[in-house]
Design a binder for this molecule. Structure first.
Ligand SMILES: NC(=O)C1=CN([C@@H]2O[C@H](COP(=O)(O)OP(=O)(O)OC[C@H]3O[C@@H](n4cnc5c(N)ncnc54)[C@H](OP(=O)(O)O)[C@@H]3O)[C@@H](O)[C@H]2O)[C@@H](O)CC1
Ligand SMILES: Nc1ncnc2c1ncn2[C@@H]1O[C@H](COP(=O)(O)OP(=O)(O)O)[C@@H](O)[C@H]1O
Ligand SMILES: [K+]
Length: 477
């Protein structure tokens, strides 16, 4: 996994590290890494020598990084110019280095650029781009100039990934020491483009508990249950699916499809869409009611269930078990009036809720807003449940205060029914005794990969995602 730290943690680590190294060496390391990446981009686009680069330099060290990197590039034959956004507060050492290397200061964005470097603001920033910076950035975007952001795309809210005003849309972000939340979560995350992490030696000085984690394939592979000679369907775990209805049979077919791609040994379906489920998935054992379903090790309840009294009874029956449960869609709506609050509070077995933004708003009394991690953590703590908040960068938050941002999402998943597939897979992981936090993180990760795989052969539908899951899940042995 990779991890991201908040500004205050980065600054504390930076201070500790700085006491152990000669003055200026961190900025030199940062600027060298930045210059290397810019040179690579220029080389890919026709050559470093003779190319033209503009530095947008703000008032602080972020501008300093850009100016020192500009000096490196100027020494390699790049024509480097710098637009100083706050000339009276520009980083003096950086400016002197740039000038000594042959770079020059300009008072407007030049034409015919090969690259622009966004050193407007970094860790010190908040509140969106200011007007002069915004005008320069808008012009660069309109001309299609490639933009490399220094540390973070200027204008984003670094700690939350929120956007409170205009921000730089970078093609590449070269970040120093560690990831920051805005690079991996929230509406700001896509603004970073491709993220390159330059090691400046901060690692040992960063606090152990990061703001959030980003899963990688080896995590998912490690968590995925394996089969062996002693495996049999019951020991692998049986997942119960209480979704869909005569009115919405598709939800049942899709969530069962998701569950069948998971590691559980068997799927039991309980609901009003048994005929359709069996037609699509003959290996499933189907009944009409949760109470009649037989033994399972985890339940998925909600999507397409409806919100009438019969649906409420099914949800109550699931909550009365001492089994892990995924609550999605209609099950979340049924929780809103508080009539099941006592049952929820009295429950020892884990619950994972999987809201999209509107469901989140109904549960939490307000939209998640720009601080999606903070919002998900608050709901997780309040409900004492793992929260999987869906979206471009799906967030998983635990009642213990840990948070994850999923990196594999794709807008191709923004189509009806894909959430049902996700809930089914998640239920299968729970039934196979994967801990709820890991099950939620793994399900979101693999769901994203499946969306991408499905998108390779044309427009995506939810059954395509269920089918693609079978290709992307880790090998079971
Ligand atoms: N951490 C590390 O290990 C290392 C960090 N390094 C580098 O240092 C950077 C942090 O530098 P920093 O602290 O000097 O702050 P920085 O981001 O340049 O802001 C400067 C000033 O900008 C202003 N400002 C605020 N918001 C704004 C906005 N929206 N639009 C425009 N301006 C805005 C605000 O001043 P104000 O005008 O509000 O008084 C603020 O004080 C870091 O990102 C990395 O690049 C590396 O060199 C080495 C290792
Ligand atoms: N723009 C997007 N980028 C990435 N993933 C998205 C996007 N929009 C939706 N998704 C994903 O698609 C799924 C949609 O689930 P949901 O809203 O429950 O739909 P449904 O109820 O139709 O199944 C979620 O996993 C969500 O994370
Ligand atoms: K920046």
């Amino acid at each position: 996994m990779r991890r991201a730290w908040r500004v205050s943690d980065v600054r504390a680590a930076e201070e500790a590290l700085m006491r152990t190294v000669p003055e200026g060496s961190l900025m030199r390391r940062a600027a060298a890494g930045l210059a290397r990446r810019c040179a690579l981009l220029l080389a890919e686009r026709g050559g470093v020598y003779g190319s033209r680069v503009l530095l947008l330099a703000g008032a602080g060290n972020n501008g300093g990084d850009a100016l020192y990197a500009g000096a490196f590039l100027a020494r390699r034959g790049v024509a480097v110019s710098a637009l100083l956004l706050v000339p009276e507060r520009v980083h003096q050492g950086g400016l002197a280095a740039l000038r000594a290397a042959g770079g020059r200061v300009v008072d407007a964005v030049p034409r015919d650029l090969d690259l622009a470097v966004d050193g407007i603001v970094g860790l010190g920033g908040s509140g969106g781009l200011r007007p002069a910076a915004e005008a320069a950035v808008r012009l660069l975007r309109a001309r299609g100039t490639t933009i490399v952001a220094v540390d973070i795309p200027s204008g984003v809210e670094v700690d939350t990934g929120g956007l409170s005003g205009p921000a730089v849309r970078a093609d590449v972000t070269v970040t120093f020491g560690c990831l920051k939340p805005a690079l991996v979560v929230g509406p700001a995350a896509p603004y970073a483009g491709e993220v390159e992490l330059v090691d400046i030696g901060l690692g040992p000085w960063l606090r152990a508990d990061a703001a959030l984690a980003v899963p990688e394939w080896p995590d998912i592979e490690q968590w995925w249950p394996r089969l062996d000679a002693a495996s049999e369907k019951y020991t692998r775990g049986v997942v119960g699916i209480a979704t869909g209805s005569a009115m919405y049979p598709g939800a049942a077919v899709l969530s069962v499809g998701g569950a069948l791609a998971g590691p559980a040994g068997m799927v039991r379906y309980a609901g009003g869409a048994a005929t359709q489920v069996l037609r699509h998935h003959p290996s499933v054992i189907a009944t009409q009611r949760v109470a009649e379903a037989g033994r399972v090790q985890a339940w998925v309840c909600g999507s397409g269930l409806g919100t009438d009294e019969a649906a409420a009874t099914e949800l109550r029956t699931v909550l009365a078990t001492s089994l892990p449960a995924v609550l999605d869609a209609d099950a979340l709506t049924l929780l809103v009036d508080g009539s099941m609050a006592d049952q929820l509070r009295g429950r020892d077995a884990p619950i994972v809720v999987t809201p999209h933004d509107r469901e989140f708003a109904r549960l939490a009394g307000g939209e998640p807003g720009d601080d999606r991690v903070g919002a998900a953590l608050r709901l997780a703590s309040w409900m004492n449940a793992v929260v999987l908040l869906k979206g471009d960068r799906t967030v998983v938050a635990t009642p213990a205060g840990r948070a994850w941002a999923n990196p594999t999402g794709t807008p191709a998943l923004a189509t009806g029914g894909t959430g049902d597939v996700l809930a089914g897979l998640l239920g299968s992981l729970l039934a196979a005794r994967v801990a709820p936090e890991r099950a939620a993180v793994a399900a979101a990760y693999l769901h994203g990969l499946a969306g991408r795989a499905a998108a390779r052969s044309g427009p995506v539908t939810a059954p395509d995602v269920a089918a693609a899951l079978r290709e992307v899940v880790p090998a079971s042995f």
